[in-house]
Design a protein around this ligand. Structure first.
Ligand SMILES: Cc1ncc(COP(=O)(O)O)c(C=O)c1O
Length: 388
């Protein structure tokens, strides 16, 4: 049975053309460490710096050396939250956050950091202006996801950025669900730090992500991880400059080779084309789901307000049974449950049952969606008949 992969909100599959070859090329042909080999190590050094440059351009960020590589966005968010917040500080998050934000915050709360949630409505949308009512004299930071990984809702990040600038708050953006699909302009959004992960919309391999941060924030932020950098080796202190301050240990060089390839692919195809294609798939899926009884589809109806992340609650059935049925009988890969975002599900009214999430990606076709819709209809029919 041919597999139909509709779980791109978890990780993209397949990857951009050439990503696998680029990873293999590094392993088979290059293999040297960065900053550490006296011999011909320029190749991997150059590749890492070229990729930093590409990411800086991609996010319209003026300081490539302040592009820091980590394993993924979770590490990036942990670096920023734990490196910047001190006991007594207050943070505002949206009620749509992933646990990549909430779990570090819960740890920080135990150490005396306070947080408030910007409430969301039943579509997963937040009102940026209600930030004002949550402000406290000790509020330092606002952290939001650009789009929900549960409902696909795009949050009003430009408005939030403007308020943060006016109130002198650090604005941290989680681009896990939007990078590689929506244009993201660091400067225009008035972001202080932007986190990204390479393996979702950026179409790169797992194990590479990171963050971009302003020189002011970089100066204030303590590093979570310290160790060898291949630079200033005569000193035991952490190098004060970027990216070395935050990049201790050998980086995921095969991953960076792969990410470089996928960034070139995205540049070639263009974000507008990528977004347009995903919206076509989402539009068809959403339109047809409307005609099916006994389900609730989450998120905004207006395509401009959402990503192609479509969560469905099968009201009379266990969502896990439907996900299992789709995989077993049709090879359709979705993700079922709470998607590491319990707060989002509470906001949307789908806690604790969760949803089945369909997230078509760049390489899906309308035929894949047609098959998924037929499978959902057949699944509901069979589940209803087993019940009666
Ligand atoms: C909104 C959001 N933030 C953070 C993450 C964590 O991503 P990663 O596992 O790549 O760190 C995800 C992934 O599911 C996500 O959807």
């Amino acid at each position: 049975m041919k597999k139909i992969y509709l779980d791109n909100a978890a990780t993209s599959f397949p990857k951009a053309p050439g990503v696998g070859d680029a990873v293999k090329y590094f392993i088979d042909q290059i293999g040297d460490n960065m900053n550490r080999s006296g011999y011909d190590s320029l190749t991997s050094d150059e590749m890492v710096f070229a990729t930093r440059d590409m990411l800086a351009q991609f996010f319209n960020f003026p300081t490539p050396e302040n592009v820091v590589f980590t394993l993924n966005i979770t590490y990036g968010l942990n670096f920023l939250l734990k490196g910047l917040l001190k006991p007594g500080d207050h943070v505002i998050v949206s009620s749509m956050e992933h646990n990549a934000v909430m779990r570090p915050l819960m740890q920080l709360q135990a150490r005396g950091v306070e947080f408030s949630r910007l409430p969301g409505d039943e579509l997963g949308q937040v009102d940026a202006q209600s930030l004002h009512s949550l402000l406290q004299p000790n509020t330092r930071m606002v952290v939001v996801t650009h789009a929900s990984n549960v409902s696909g809702t795009i949050l009003p990040v430009k408005e939030i950025g403007a308020i943060c600038q006016e109130k002198d708050l650090w604005f941290i953006l989680d681009t896990a669900q939007t990078a590689g699909i929506l244009p993201i302009d660091f400067q225009d959004l008035k972001v202080d730090a932007l986190t990204f992960t390479g393996h979702k919309g950026l179409l790169g391999p797992q194990g590479v992500g990171g963050f971009l941060l302003t020189p002011e924030l970089a100066e204030r932020m303590e590093t979570l991880v310290s160790g060898g950098t291949g630079s200033l080796s005569e000193y035991e202190d952490v190098p004060p400059y970027l990216p070395d301050k935050f990049e201790a240990g050998t980086p995921n060089l095969p991953g960076i080779y792969g990410l470089n390839k996928s960034l070139h692919y995205i540049e070639k195809v263009g974000l507008a084309t990528i977004r347009q294609k995903e919206l076509e798939l989402a539009a068809y899926l959403l339109e047809e789901l409307e005609t099916i009884d006994g389900i609730r589809v989450l998120g905004p109806k207006d395509l401009e307000e959402r990503m192609a992340v479509v969560s469905v609650d099968f009201l009379d059935h266990d969502n896990a049974d439907m996900a299992y049925y789709l995989d077993k009988h049709y090879g359709i890969r979705t993700r079922c449950g709470l998607h590491c975002a319990p707060s989002a599900h509470k906001t949307l009214g789908t806690f604790p049952q969760g949803t089945v999430r369909f997230s078509p990606g760049h390489f899906n076709t309308l035929k894949d969606i047609e098959t998924a819709l037929a499978a959902i209809r057949q699944g509901l029919k069979e589940m209803r008949s087993t019940r009666s």
